[in-house]
Design a protein around this ligand. Structure first.
Ligand code: SAM
Length: 234
């Protein structure tokens, strides 16, 4: 992908998140922000005996998953939360105060690409609908490698990634460029995950085809995607 296409995808992506983060409220009905992702929250029993849990949330948004985790593990966790959007980090910090978890939440305004994951430092790394927005496939592969090295022994990775995405203009049926920086074929993504986390215990590895309407700059897009959910223990 050339720099111009990358910039236009990124600008559209930022605009659509600014729209939702300024109109919808965390944990209130009416948008996808209304509750945390079940697959993420299902992991909490794995850490019940921990007193000090280090978590990384890549592309955290305004805290849908990390704030719920911080509430669950109050006083027992530190969560580094990374997002490319300054507004997301501002709202994350506001939500952390609102939900009484400001000591647990560490908002970091950075792209996932630029945030270097230190080796052997996290018990749980999550990335929900975020890794497909890194700069390019090389960066994606590097990040998987960093994630795998960044997780401590017995730690868990939880990745939810869109693949094989198509977008069609609903009004005139024209094919659109999917607004995702990395759009892998589903099998290619599954192979990359298998390689990056080779030898780990698989907890969940599913592919779910989804179709929904999504507002784009000048139209409504009919979007299809394979949502890959990958959870594994080191
Ligand atoms: C679909 S939202 C998901 C947010 C959150 N993970 C959740 O489940 O509620 C994707 C988020 O990733 C952020 N994002 C997109 N590209 C990014 C990048 N390259 N680096 C860091 N964050 C990014 C967006 O700003 C947005 O907040």
């Amino acid at each position: 992908m050339d720099n111009k296409t990358l910039k236009s995808i990124r600008d559209a992506e930022k605009a659509s998140h600014i729209e939702i983060y300024t109109t919808a409220k965390l944990f209130e009905s009416g948008s996808w922000l209304q509750k945390p992702v079940k697959t993420v929250m299902d992991l909490t029993p794995y850490f019940q005996n921990y007193n000090n849990i280090n978590i990384l949330d890549l592309g955290c948004g305004i805290g849908r998953n990390c704030i719920a985790l911080a509430q669950e593990f109050k006083s027992k966790c530190k969560i580094d939360c990374v997002d490319i959007l300054e507004l997301a980090i501002e709202e994350l910090n506001n939500n952390a105060v609102r939900y009484g978890v400001e000591n647990e939440i560490n908002g970091i305004f950075s792209s996932i690409d630029d945030y270097i994951i230190p080796a052997n430092s996290y018990d749980l790394i999550i990335a929900v609908s975020a890794l497909e927005h890194v700069d390019n496939i090389e960066s994606f592969k590097n990040k998987l490698n960093e994630i795998s090295k960044g997780i401590k022994e017995n730690g868990i990775v939880c990745l939810i990634i869109n693949s094989q995405i198509t977008e069609i203009n609903k009004e005139n049926g024209q094919q659109l460029t999917p607004q995702f920086e990395v759009n892998l074929k589903t099998q290619e993504l599954l192979d990359l995950l298998k390689n990056a986390f080779d030898g780990w215990e698989t907890i969940k590895n599913t592919v779910r085809s989804q179709r929904y309407d999504i507002p784009r700059e000048n139209c409504v897009s009919d979007l299809t995607t394979d949502v890959v959910t990958f959870v594994a223990k080191k």
